[in-house]
Design a protein around this ligand. Structure first.
Ligand code: OOG
Ligand code: NI
Length: 302
């Protein structure tokens, strides 16, 4: 993706992507292979379907705080999703201009965790007594981009991290990684023949040594069959904790989405198909499995 950086949203999306690309080796690995095979002629040509963020449901943080950023950029709040087993709520946000990525934001139901886990999260977040997003100028792209990289709370100790991890992989991910971009998503249907179905694209990924999330199968399919998604498994990186210990923990991953043309537009000639003719939105059962791209079960699994 590439934007001209004139509007705050452009600066923010570019900055998020730059940090993400530098930290997640699979991003450049995939881009490089697509360039070598002449599937695309530049990184900018890859269409970004959506990006995702994770938040903690505590006062002054969470969805209600985070969404202010993208609502101010003209995004519209769309459907609600609930993930019972993972204790998460989520929404997706549609861009004002369809050439921009959708945004998927989830939030942990902290109140439903054990007392011990809640106390760890409170220890680090209770000093946040007003919404930090209210302190930034949302019209200033540089300021918003810096905010999204800024640690809002102190690092936990390694044992606190492990306690959280044992109960909620999501909680452990957010306490360390905070608002880092969780993934970007390549729109597979926009690629050329040979690469524009998930079966073909996954085969290409595996041929270059990219490991895929297998939870619920490599391809996750919506009930209507029109939204199919796959994702990589996060790499581990060495993370330093407040007690000086270093642990290998999950970072971010890459996702791939294939959105089919809606039944009412199935007879449109190929060259007239626009994003609005394709399946929009997200799917709870797909998302539930994609969350596990940062989970130990997927990372340690064969
Ligand atoms: C988000 C998982 C869900 C999708 O496209 O359904 C998702 C996450 O891992 O935070 O990205
Ligand atoms: Ni996603």
């Amino acid at each position: 993706m590439h934007f001209d950086e004139k509007k705050p949203v452009d600066f923010v999306l570019n900055d998020l992507f730059e940090h993400y690309r530098r930290n997640v080796a699979d991003v450049d690995k995939i881009t490089k292979a697509l360039l070598e095979r002449q599937v695309v002629s530049s990184q900018e040509e890859i269409v970004n379907d959506h990006i995702a963020f994770r938040t903690l449901g505590v006062p002054n943080l969470g969805l209600a705080s985070f969404e202010k950023i993208f609502l101010s950029f003209g995004y519209k709040k769309m459907d609600y999703f609930y993930f019972e087993g993972k204790k998460l709520d989520a929404y997706w946000y549609a861009p004002a201009d369809p050439s921009y990525p959708r945004i998927f934001v989830s939030e942990l139901r902290v109140k439903e965790l054990s007392k011990e886990a809640q106390e760890i999260i409170q220890k680090y977040t209770q000093s946040i007594t007003s919404d930090p997003v209210d302190q930034i100028d949302l019209k200033n792209g540089e300021e918003v981009a810096a905010f999204l990289q800024e640690p809002l709370w102190d690092l936990p100790t390694s044992s606190e991290y492990e306690t959280l991890l044992a109960e909620s992989e999501y909680a452990a991910w957010v306490i360390y990684n905070r608002y880092y971009l969780n993934h970007y998503t390549i729109s597979i249907h926009e690629l050329k023949d040979g690469y524009n179905t998930l079966e073909e694209f996954n085969a290409f990924l595996e041929s270059i040594g990219v490991k895929l999330n297998t939870s619920g199968g490599k391809i996750k399919t919506s009930e209507d069959g029109l939204l199919r998604q796959s994702s990589t498994v996060s790499a581990l990186y060495d993370a330093k904790f407040a007690d000086g210990k270093t642990l290998p923990i999950a970072g971010s991953y890459v996702e791939f989405a294939e959105r089919s043309v809606l039944p009412q537009f199935k007879d449109l000639p190929k060259d007239q198909i626009e994003p609005k003719h394709r399946r929009d939105g997200f799917e709870t059962n797909n998302a539930d499995k994609i969350f596990e791209s940062t989970y130990t079960t997927q990372i340690k699994g064969a």
